[in-house]
Design a binder for this molecule. Sequence first.
Ligand code: HEM
Length: 418
Amino acid sequence: MISSWAVMDSYSEATRYRVPVPDHVQADAIIELDYHTFGGDLDPEFAGDHQIAWKALQDDGGPDLRWTPLNGGHWIAMRAPLIGEVLDQPELFSSRILALPKEVGAMYRFIPLSLDPPEHGLFRALLVPLLSAKVVHDKEEHIKALANALIDGVIEQGHCDYVAEFANILPISIFHQLVDFPAEERERLRKMAYVANAASAGSVAAMLKSIGDFVAPLIVERRQHPGEDLISALLKGEPGGRPITDEEALHICQQLFIGGFHTTAGSLGLITLHLAKNPDLQRELRSRPDRIKSRVNELMRRFSLVGIPRTAIRACTLAGQEIREGDAVYLPLVLFNFDEQLYPSPLDVNFERRSVPHVSFGRGIHKCPGQALGMTEIALALEAWLARIPEFRLDDAARIRIKGGSVGGVENLQLRWD
Ligand code: HEM
């Protein structure tokens, strides 16, 4: 997954990719929407709530499929059935382009996400066992220890920037442990996270290069001296019966780092922001720590933060609308989870809700293989935080910065407790 703020960061950049309206787009479908900024800090109307911004659009009475002339021109699917229809047809809707405009999206070669069948399956099969429930279970004590060490660093001061001092560090440290990166390089890894958070189109190349510079030497070293880590295991892989190349292993690691970092950090930020505004919910979670793990699923539904593009491999029809070969369809996954037909009162966090599978981790062949790891990180982080930090509140609401885009999240989250 590509974090949008790493792709571009302003209306003007998206506007540079404005295209004329093609003749197959109906007039009532047209909206001006730059998904990189929509609902984020730069959005003058909805700054401060990415999810609410999408919900308002879903409820505005417009058609189920919209079209925007920004970011090279693309469709946007607004409801659960349509989002599901696209996700369920990888043979018709390619995931080769992972960001829009296509010129930028084509720069990425993440394995397995930017591959289509049948190639996709060869690489996914290598990855799934490396992130299995058993692997994650074995990491639980380590994750708890990391979360508690971060809490040790802030608890006495009575306040912190939750994002910089906790949410951004935890998933990176876990990746660090997965690939068994030398401890003395930890600081470099931390800095890299901030590069990965960079906010201009030019920083995309820098971001991929910084991750490449970090991982490529490890690949060479682990080929010579295999260990028990994820990279060593990957290098034993044989997609299609031949040895995996260093380049393929690098593209997998880049995907794992970016796919596992921004999503987990962003989810932690959005959930904790909501908790800071809702002390009753904090109390409810604190009262039953044994239930936090199972309750994370509803929190993930409500605070879904990923949006993904797909590209039509051939002409077809979607929601009665002609779609041409090469047309891009953007899927804000949160709008699946906010569809009243599936989830009554969808904005409410309701732990008693009838369990209907949500799509915060995707659906179909690309469904997130890191789901168990991501959910476990979030559950254990919440457990540790709520067990040790007393009731917390927003410290400086004015400094909170919400990001929209293909991976939404929170940039600053100042919390205070007594
Ligand atoms: C809260 C945390 C996470 C969220 C919300 C999330 C979300 C997603 C989503 C929505 C997809 C599907 C994208 C698509 O269909 O285009 C996906 C795919 C993927 N995710 Fe995650 N993810 C999370 C954590 C992780 C972690 C921790 C890892 C691994 C370290 C990971 C690795 C991947 C990979 C490799 C894919 C591509 C799978 C494929 O193409 O078959 N994710 N994720």
